[in-house]
Design a protein around this ligand. Structure first.
Ligand code: ADP
Ligand code: MG
Length: 238
């Protein structure tokens, strides 16, 4: 577990400012949900934390250590995307094991870690299958398993459930909540689904045009919106 700090983080693409200076202290084991309309910069913010996008100014710190210039592999972070990006030719086991093999984790330990994650995610019966032989929810669980086996200090999720149908989304939301209780990993979770945010968040961030308009516990944000934008966004139907 780790703390994650964003200190006045900004991002420009060419002359276009996309993130205008976002600051947040994520405490150990805290689950932060970022909500906001399409194009407000949620993915860009996550990608900077992951090291998939450079930071224009400001600092990203994990456990107090500045990671701005570290490669993604060296950041002790795992990211789950909405398009799960599984390897189609590999079994579920190999998909989950792949990153560990690259990191030269010993075979026996890989087997142990995959077994633990598969149990947690109810994937034990499917370890020999290929992704195309799985349901959408099962594929998303494999993507999560692949993140869990790496035992990262920080989890990043970018709309992980948005490709699933409504019923499955509710189920997976509950599963993520259970995982969160079990693992307690420091997490940043992006969604445009307010119910997801309300259910999962210890604190939520409402983003608006590259700015964090409000940061607070879900009920506090809901009951006491600090800007007209937040009031409109949280108050509107999903
Ligand atoms: P969100 O995830 O909240 O929908 P994004 O972070 O994807 O928003 O995008 C925020 C803004 O940054 C958008 O206006 C988008 O067009 C712009 N943007 C994102 N990535 C790039 C890029 N690689 N080059 C130029 N503009 C980008
Ligand atoms: Mg996005």
């Amino acid at each position: 577990m780790a703390t994650l700090t964003l200190d006045n983080v900004k991002k420009s693409f060419g002359k276009t400012d996309v993130i205008h200076g976002v600051s947040i202290d994520v405490t150990e084991g805290e689950f932060i949900v970022i909500v906001g309309p399409s194009g407000c910069g949620k993915s860009t913010l996550l990608r900077m934390v992951a090291g998939l996008e450079t930071v224009s100014s400001g600092e990203v710190r994990i456990d107090g250590r500045v990671v701005n210039t570290l490669e993604p592999m060296d950041r002790d972070i795992a990211m789950v995307f909405q398009n799960y990006a599984l390897y189609p030719h590999m079994s579920v086991f190999d998909n989950m094991a792949y990153g560990l093999k690259i990191a030269k984790v010993p075979k026996a330990e890989i087997a142990d870690r995959v077994a633990v994650a598969a149990k947690l995610l109810q994937l034990e019966p499917y370890l020999g299958r290929k992704p195309k032989e799985l349901s959408g929810g099962q594929r998303q669980r494999v993507a999560m398993g692949r993140a869990i086996v790496r035992k990262p200090a920080v989890f990043l999720f970018d709309e992980p459930l948005s490709n699933l149908d409504a019923k499955l989304r509710v189920q997976m939301r509950l599963e993520i909540k259970a995982l969160q209780r079990e693992l307690g990993v420091t997490s940043l979770y992006v969604t445009h689904d307010q119910v997801e945010a309300m259910t999962l968040a210890d604190r939520m961030i409402v983003m608006n045009g590259g700015v964090a308009d409000q940061i607070g516990a879900p009920l506090e944000v809901y009951a006491n919106p600090q800007t007209a934008f937040v009031a409109g966004f949280i108050g509107s139907p999903p």
